[in-house]
Design a protein around this ligand. Structure first.
Ligand SMILES: [Zn+2]
Ligand SMILES: [Zn+2]
Length: 137
């Protein structure tokens, strides 16, 4: 038992001296980690800022076919007059105040964005959730 205690004390002393020499380096390493954490935090915040900026302007100009028809993706409300694309909860065009149209996300029938369900397939999920759009793309 004495030998074991001696060994433990010897190891503890060795570690103590070891950590005393390493302490400045440890502090430097911790400071480096802290700086890294700050940089990562800053990058994340700046990316969130960019996303929030993009979400603040959800009304997009849609491309038009040669015959003047508006080509909107399924499940996205759009104004057929102005060719503007609106977020899923939009009901009326902010420019001309007309009802927004919508291609049913399920069957593609053209319905009004304000309609609760699709007249053709009966689904109530007429707008495509943003998550669905990203997963299908
Ligand atoms: Zn409009
Ligand atoms: Zn439908």
């Amino acid at each position: 038992m004495e030998a074991i205690r001696d060994a433990i004390e010897w190891v503890a002393g060795e570690i103590g001296g070891f950590s005393a020499t390493l302490l400045p380096y440890l502090l430097l390493g911790l400071a480096g980690l802290y700086l890294l954490w700050l940089v990562i935090g800053y990058l994340r915040v700046s990316q969130v800022g960019i996303e929030a900026e993009a979400a603040a302007q959800p009304i997009l100009q849609l491309p038009r076919a040669p015959d003047g028809a508006v080509e909107a993706p399924r499940g996205v409300p759009y104004c057929p007059v102005d060719g503007l694309q609106y977020p899923p909860e939009a009901r009326f065009c902010t420019r001309c105040e007309s009802d927004l149209l919508l291609s049913c996300a399920n069957c593609g029938a053209t319905i009004r964005s304000a309609d609760e369900s699709c007249y053709r397939c009966g689904t109530r999920a007429t707008t495509a959730a943003p998550a669905d759009l990203s997963s299908s793309a």
